[in-house]
Design a protein around this ligand. Structure first.
Ligand code: TRP
Ligand code: ZN
Length: 868
């Protein structure tokens, strides 16, 4: 290992801090080849009288250290490169340090670094210690005053958290002092210096306070900020209406940065965003991109309360802010667009990505017990499963009690650093419910498997439900969970049956035991009952039922729950594809079987094109392979593609009709109805493309050339390239020429190629060697290595092992520059234990070879877990 003392941190070792910081004054002096950080900390002892004062500081060059205005003797302190220990300090003192940094050499993108000529910071989770000596933990909250100094011409814009209170200029350099009135943990600190353009607007809060909204980007991107601004205003209004939460500072700033490890960061009053999550323009951004911007803007804004005003006691509580905030942004997006479509998209994502994580070597509870590198725990489990847990509380308590619980939480813990237990306690208190069993969702890893069977007998319907959670690393034995199961029963005509004496047609069952039964008395004459289970995906579980094809067809036709309808379609497709795994020759028969139901969906598509597109989409081969004991992607992909082609032929007339009826008309708008129309068009085109008939190639070439927006243009390019239709190469070349000056679009150009199912290791290597590729830009790295390893399972898992070898050597190279990114990408190897023997052997060999190299602690932790 290169840098990692592979030391695990344990939740049970949590101790309150020995010292608090009452006030912080930072003075950051920025130069081309270095930066000087002067920090003045008013420290106060809060723990044992004899405890030394320990401050975090990683890789800092200490130039001066003073206590209460006098040099502190070197015999009384010790710095080991990670911790500065001061011995014999008084209970109250003012510590002044001066450190020297080299931001221009920082490729890890953590702490203070440069991106396209600007300076910016990323402090979550533990980046502040790379800027100055500090108790860098979220339960130390302090008031910050920050002065930023830099060359006046190169860096006209100087920003930090809060409000500007002073500024000046002398000798070609200038400075601005910012004051943040709210005590905050160091992970929420930020500063920016650069030559940035600004789009400004204002928002008046419900109580009449005026807030200046400033979005900063590089000058050439100033025309891509309208959507973010509109999304921000909508988020501010939504949080007032849905949660009674107003914004609390006079200024809200967002800065777009090209080099960023994640999506965005909620620094108090000064969010920093990956350009991919804030910039949007019809010409350069797809519908999915527009929706991503809307949801990430909302997510970071909502953190102002769920995360900043009430923060986390320690990083084991990360889901306290992330799970809750994801739930909040999901509800916001549901309100802004189609709620049913949003729910399906979120569930699909959870099942495609979080479920495998929860079944693999990285499986961990939503509140982990231990970690080595906290960066490795910004996972789908913390974020998405965490959001499902909050959603279940909402489901169990109902909207009113949930709101009273969140009000109580924000009031009681405002300005504090707290735990997920504190959050649940508020929900228990307002509802009078005992949530002790429910809390196992936070401590127990793994996806629960729920098995259901129903019996109709003597005018009664009996539902038997069984739950079981498989073992995960370090947790062999699992306890039963409280699982909310939303249920309806449909009769033979597709009507809801009454489920109790009050005539309710939907019930929330609470499964608490390993095995439970419910009985429903049916009205006379009922001969058929089809259960509609887990409505709205009421719990993050894997549901197995009897799933007769007839029952699934019945649900697809009649169920009024959007999720259940879609899930019924998914199960039908799944069964068909799995039957084809050993018999691809039967694809035409399977397609003929499915055709009537799909035609019915198409006939009703006028009501909701987006929902229709989802109902017509096959589950990915990766997801299907994940649901089988062995991850045999080659076989499943072949069956999947055979069915897609057969459906392309069987419904050819219908698909061509879709292309006519849903062809783009009028000016591009990223609104739900139009997005749905484009999604349906793309779905139909993809079935036709799967047949590889020349006609669809011609149509796609034309669509590519005539598109006035990125959704249509990229949709056409993707089908041309992935299906290797005539004209694909010319389109790729045209695209690169047209968009050479738009990095986010060029990311798509790389991504389309890296995710093509015919891609080879040599092809990926060529992309990595392309002059336009850049190892130091995470978005570009993700567009090649992320797409290849995560969105192109057939190519990545090719039996000759060439994909693995290439990937391992790429990880090694990337790890030298950016350990967080390398570790995150390495997660794609988590299926190791479930691969067929040949692949398993090849991947293990490649990874074992890799761990013998000097690696970062981040990458080492992930690889060690995978190889264990
Ligand atoms: N708190 C951020 C969010 O979810 C996540 C984040 C941004 C992050 N940058 C990071 C986490 C760097 C770890 C490291 O909104
Ligand atoms: Zn977040």
């Amino acid at each position: 290992m290169r840098d990692g003392q592979a030391r695990a941190i344990h939740l049970q070792d949590y101790r309150a801090p020995d010292f608090r910081v009452e006030r912080v004054a930072l003075d950051v002096d920025l130069y081309e080849d270095h930066a000087i950080v002067r920090a003045t900390l008013a420290m106060q002892r809060s723990g044992a009288a004899d405890a030394p004062c320990r401050l975090d500081g990683v890789g800092l060059t200490l130039e001066q250290l003073q206590l209460d205005g006098a040099d502190w003797p070197s015999t009384h302190y010790h710095y080991d490169g990670e911790v500065l220990t001061l011995e014999g300090v008084p209970d109250r003192f003012v510590l002044a340090t001066v450190v020297r940094l080299a931001p221009q050499l920082n490729t890890e993108l953590e702490g203070l670094y440069r991106s396209n000529g600007m300076f910016c910071t990323q402090c979550e989770a533990e980046g502040f210690r790379r800027i100055t000596f500090y108790p860098d933990r979220p339960d130390v909250l302090s008031r910050f005053v920050t002065t930023v100094r830099a060359d006046a011409v190169r860096y006209p814009v100087l920003l930090s958290n809060g409000n500007p209170i002073a500024q000046g200029e002398e000798g070609g350099r200038h400075w601005v002092t910012w004051e943040d009135p709210f005590p905050k943990p160091s992970y929420l600190f930020a500063l920016v210096a650069g030559d940035l353009s600004c789009q400004e607007d204002r928002y008046v809060t419900g109580s009449g306070r005026e807030v200046a909204l400033r979005l900063y980007a590089e000058p050439q991107d100033l025309d891509k900020l309208d959507h973010a601004m509109a999304s921000l205003k909508a988020s501010m209004l939504w949080d007032e209406q849905a949660y009674g939460r107003e914004y609390d500072l006079d200024i809200y700033m967002i800065v777009a940065v090209s080099h960023f490890n994640m999506g965005a960061m909620e620094n108090k009053g000064l969010n920093i965003f990956n350009t991919s999550c804030v910039l949007a323009h019809p010409k350069t951004t797809t519908d999915a991109g527009f929706q991503r911007v809307e949801s990430v803007i909302a997510h970071e804004y909502f953190h102002n309360w769920s995360g900043n005003r009430v923060t986390c006691r320690d990083w084991f509580q990360l889901s306290l802010k992330e799970g809750f905030t994801v739930f909040r942004d999901q509800c916001f997006s549901a309100d802004m667009n189609s709620a049913a479509v949003k729910r399906i998209e979120d569930v699909d994502m959870l099942r495609a990505h979080q479920f495998p994580e929860d079944q693999g070597p990285m499986a961990h509870p939503v509140r982990p017990q231990s970690y080595q590198k906290i960066d490795n725990f910004y996972t789908l489990t913390i974020y998405e499963k965490g959001a499902e847990i909050v959603r279940m509380l909402h489901t169990l308590l109902g909207a009113d009690d949930f709101r009273r619980g969140s009000d109580l939480y924000f009031e009681r813990f405002d300005g504090q650093a707290v735990t997920t237990d504190d959050f649940v306690a508020c929900m228990a208190e307002v509802s009078g419910r005992d949530l002790a069993q429910f809390k196992r969702w936070y401590s127990q890893a793994g996806t629960p498997q729920v098995t259901v069977s129903g019996e109709l007998e003597g005018g009664r319907y009996r539902l038997s439900v069984h739950q079981q959670t498989p073992p995960t690393p370090g947790q062999p034995d699992k306890q039963p969970l409280l699982i909310p199961l939303r249920l309806a029963l449909l009769d033979g005509a597709g009507h809801h049956l009454p489920l109790n004496a009050q005539g309710d047609t939907e019930l929330l069952l609470e499964l608490t035991e390993p095995q439970q039964q419910w009985e429903f008395a049916l009205p006379p004459g009922v001969e058929r009952v089809v259960p509609s289970l887990l409505r709205g995906f009421s719990a993050p579980v894997m549901l197995a039922g009897e799933d007769s094809e007839a029952a699934l067809r019945h649900l697809l036709t009649h169920d009024d729950d959007g999720f259940c309808r879609w899930d019924a379609a998914q199960r039908l497709y799944r069964a068909a594809i799995l039957r084809l795994v050993d018999a691809t020759g039967r694809a035409a028969e399977e397609a003929a079987q499915l055709a009537p139901a799909m035609k019915a969906v198409l006939a009703g598509a006028g009501e909701d094109a987006a929902a229709a597109a989802l109902l017509l989409a096959l589950p990915s081969a990766t997801q299907l392979a994940d649901s089988l004991p062995e991850f045999d992607i080659a076989a499943v992909q072949q069956a999947h593609d055979a069915l897609a082609a057969a459906l392309g032929h069987a419904l050819a007339t219908d698909w061509w009709q879709v292309l006519e009826r849903w062809a783009p008309v009028g000016e591009y708008q990223p609104v739900a109805a139009d997005i749905g129309a484009r999604a349906l068009y793309q779905q139909a085109a993809s079935y036709l493309a799967a047949t590889a008939q020349p006609e669809i190639g011609d149509v796609m070439v034309r669509r590519f050339a005539e598109a006035d927006n990125m959704t249509d243009q990229l949709g056409a390019l993707r089908l041309l390239v992935h299906e290797r239709l005539q004209g694909a190469d010319a389109a790729l070349a045209d695209f690169a020429r047209q968009w050479q000056h738009e990095p986010l679009v060029m990311d798509q150009w790389f991504g389309v190629q890296a995710s093509a199912p015919w891609q080879t290791a040599a092809g990926i290597e060529a992309l990595l060697e392309d002059a336009r590729f850049d190892w130091a830009t995470p978005n570009r790295v993700r567009s090649v290595l992320g797409q290849f390893s995560n969105a192109n399972a057939v190519a990545f898992h090719r039996a000759d092992g060439s994909g693995y070898r290439l990937f391992a050597s790429a990880l090694q190279r990337l790890d030298q520059l950016n350990p967080q990114m390398a570790a995150r990408l390495a997660g794609a190897c988590g299926r190791l234990g479930r691969l067929p023997a040949v692949q398993q052997h090849a991947l293990r060999e490649a990874l074992q070879q890799l761990v013998r190299q000097p690696l970062s602690g981040n990458l080492d932790e992930v690889l060690t877990r995978i190889l264990a």
